[in-house]
Design a protein around this ligand. Structure first.
Ligand code: ADP
Ligand code: MG
Length: 706
């Protein structure tokens, strides 16, 4: 994301750029570049150092340099091995020599090169059989009077149908356009913070000054790039802070503390809240009692008991006369929540409803009417609950479960709803701090650090395919002694091209057949995957929950939230194909009761990297540790949570490496916004415009997400 407001010059057509004709325009169009502004996304991959001309005597292998010399000899030859032709000249200065080779050179050029002439070469020095040479150097006639202008030349990514020089000249034109544009941030502020304006950074990045000494960094590591990364993160932080500020500025009706309903619910539980749950509940009920909307993220590892806390919050809001909604990312989870909550909620006499996309139309219509009329006080559903057109009588609290499937954009949209409800986001995905700050910078954070006591231990083993038999024997023993087990495969169907596809247990269909062969038939095996009809899948899940199905062959549809305390074993086929965060979620399906759990990871064709990942799984149970490892391995940009976050992808910053920049960005955002939450200071007009455009993009994104 470009940390700049969209200047009118950016929407100019490519053809208006000097050097872009119809042919080049077509090529650029094909690559998605339509305007001058689009071209700003192209960044140099490295620099050529053309600041000085190095004499032949100073050349060392691997230097990329400008050098010059007089032609001593010229010859054409053939390589004895492959018969390829080459053209070679040798430059000499005093006792030093440099050979230059070309494998293709047009005859007219060859004929223009004669011994005694002087040339300037640019290329990389190699040492070959004891002599120094350059392959295909750039070459121009040299004379002392015509020394080239010192230059740090950007090298752009190679496009096979655009000459590098052509792209460089176009980019130079684009950067020229930037020269006239005003700084984005007020100069005084920049000076005080010792920062360079993003507009100037962008110019420097493409055309670094040639008068600075010292080695050249890679563009990525240059000060200009790092500063752009800081501004990119600053814009994200400002967007989130502004959304939060709008929210905080809004009055909300406080809920009276010590709700009778919540108290009755909590005291009726068959267990004591853990210390973490207790603290979380106190923070949330304090939020609810304030005259401004709550915006809180409740983070707790799988099984830490977030649902209880959320329900207490919902009951507090219901008690105050308003409605509450619990939203889950999938139908399965919505139904599971509904079933878990129903006994408690009904016992308290609170009208509860379920609304998911899978319900028959007539029923959905009825549910909507009941919500609008206020006959339902607590509703459980999928994220579709916030879809346009759904009216609540008076929505006071929106609880969003398993946030990482739910985007920032949706959250911003929820806040623009007329009622401006309290928002409680729950996530079991232990998001690394760096990511949490980016995605949830607009939320206050509550962490439940502990698990309810008496949870069974989980042992995790990584097994090579040769030991698969042993894994299945363990599984069968566990089932025969009364347990329930998940068996997970990464895919639904066996791949067509892959060999031995009848025994390909990484496909859940084959896997379930395999299980039915192995396991005595009095222990039924169920099968669920994402391409089944919702009702069929629900029916199997219900059977598993009720213990009628003892072994569940599944894809990752079971990844999130499925709560079956009797399940004590999970066997994962093709474990190397999953990321750490995903494996952690899958493993979180077991060890939810008191009995010890067992997780068996079968590593199919795991390379050393995958093996290391699986070993980390076996060693750690702490989701935060695993999430950090996952982020380190896969990089911020690839993290699924990140992709689904509804944020524009980061172009300049890298996480987690840039955590220090993120921290600085957060502090800067705070300093800017605290005295001026709406950013109405005229000096920050361009920043505000850029943020408005970002909001617009998020809204567009939201429309795409549907
Ligand atoms: P998650 O945080 O993963 O959403 P849940 O809210 O689904 O966890 O809780 C997991 C299980 O732990 C549920 O069966 C729940 O009833 C139980 N539970 C919640 N809190 C406690 C507690 N304090 N002591 C014992 N069991 C608890
Ligand atoms: Mg949960």
């Amino acid at each position: 994301m470009m940390p700049l407001p969209n200047h009118p010059a950016f929407s100019r057509s490519l053809r208006s750029i000097k050097g872009v004709g119809p042919q080049l325009e077509k090529v650029l169009f094909r690559r998605g570049y339509r305007t001058l502004g689009d071209l700003l996304e192209i960044m140099p991959a490295r620099y050529q150092d053309r600041r000085a001309v190095t004499p032949l005597m100073d050349l060392k292998p691997d230097m990329e340099v400008l050098t010059f010399g007089r032609v001593e000899s010229v010859r054409q030859g053939r390589f004895p091995k492959n018969g390829r032709r080459y053209f070679e000249i040798v430059l000499a200065e005093g006792r030093d020599r440099l050979a230059a080779l070309w494998f293709r050179m047009p005859a007219h050029m060859r004929h223009g090169i004669k011994p005694g002439m002087s040339f300037l070469l640019f290329g990389r020095v190699q040492e070959y059989q004891g002599r120094r040479q350059m392959i295909h150097p750039e070459m121009t006639v040299w004379s002392e009077g015509a020394r080239p202008r010192p230059e740090v030349r950007p090298v752009y990514p190679e496009f096979d149908d655009i000459k590098p020089g052509q792209l460089r000249r176009i980019m130079a034109e684009v950067i020229k356009e930037l020269a006239g544009l005003p700084a984005v941030f007020p100069l005084k502020w920049l000076e005080a913070k010792n920062l360079t304006d993003p507009m100037a950074c962008l110019r420097t990045l493409h055309q670094p000054p040639a008068d600075r000494a010292g080695p050249l960094p890679l563009p990525r590591n240059s000060k200009a790039w790092r500063t752009l990364a800081l501004f990119e993160l600053l814009f994200l932080q400002l967007t989130l802070a502004r959304s939060k500020a709008r929210q905080v500025g809004q009055p909300a009706r406080p809920c009276p503390p010590d709700s009778e309903l919540a108290r009755r619910f909590l005291s009726g539980l068959p267990f004591q809240l853990t210390g973490g749950q207790q603290r979380a509940w106190e923070e949330i009920s304090r939020d609810l009692s304030l005259p401004r909307p709550m915006n809180r993220l409740l983070q707790g590892d799988v099984g830490s008991g977030k649902t209880v806390v959320a329900l207490a919050a919902a009951l507090t809001v219901v008690d105050s006369g308003r409605q509450a909604a619990v939203m889950a990312p999938t139908e399965i989870l919505a139904r599971q929540h509904y079933q878990t909550l129903r006994p408690y909620v009904q016992a308290l006499g609170v009208p509860l409803g379920l609304l998911t996309g899978g319900l028959p139309e007539a029923e959905k219509a009825r549910r909507r009417e009941e919500l609008a009329a206020g006959d339902i006080r607590l509703v459980v559903g999928t994220h579709a609950l916030i879809s346009a057109g759904l009216a609540f009588q008076d929505l006071g609290l929106a609880i969003i479960d398993e946030q990482h499937r739910f985007g920032v954009a949706q959250r911003l949209a929820l806040r623009t709803k007329a009622e401006r409800p309290h928002i409680l986001v729950m996530t079991a995905t232990p998001i690394p701090r760096s990511l949490a700050m980016t995605l949830y910078g607009d939320l206050d954070l509550t962490v439940i650090p502990d698990l309810p006591s008496g949870r069974g231990r989980i042992t995790t083993e990584v097994l090579p395919p040769e030991e698969r038999e042993r894994a299945y024997r363990t599984l069968i023993r566990s089932v025969m002694s009364g347990g329930q087990a998940f068996v997970v495969a990464p895919r639904i169907n066996a791949g067509e091209q892959e060999n031995n596809s009848d025994e390909d247990l990484t496909a859940v269909h084959t896997l379930s057949e395999h299980l039915r062969d192995k396991i005595p038939s009095r222990f039924p095996v169920g099968l669920v995957h994402g391409r089944m009809k919702a009702e069929e899948r629900e029916a199997v899940m219900d059977d598993f929950r009720a213990g009628r199905v003892r072994v569940l062959a599944a894809t990752t549809v079971i990844e999130v939230g499925l709560d079956v305390p009797e399940a004590t074993l999970i066997l994962i086929e093709g474990a190397e194909r999953f990321g750490l965060a995903q494996l952690h979620q899958l493993r979180g399906r077991i060890g939810r009761g008191r009995r010890p759990g067992r997780c068996l990871l079968i590593a199919g064709q795991a390379g050393p990297e995958a093996m290391e990942r699986l070993t980390i799984m076996a060693r750690h149970r702490d989701g935060f540790v695993l999430a950090e490892e996952d982020l380190k391995r896969r990089g911020g940009g690839d993290l699924t949570g990140f992709k689904q976050s509804g944020l524009p992808p980061l172009a300049w910053a890298r996480l987690p490496e840039d955590l220090p920049l993120l921290l600085r960005a957060r502090d800067l955002a705070r300093e800017i916004m605290e005295p001026d939450p709406q950013l109405s200071d005229p000096a920050f007009r361009l920043v505000r415009e850029a943020l408005d455009q970002m909001d617009g993009r998020l809204q567009t994104h939201l429309a795409d997400v549907g």
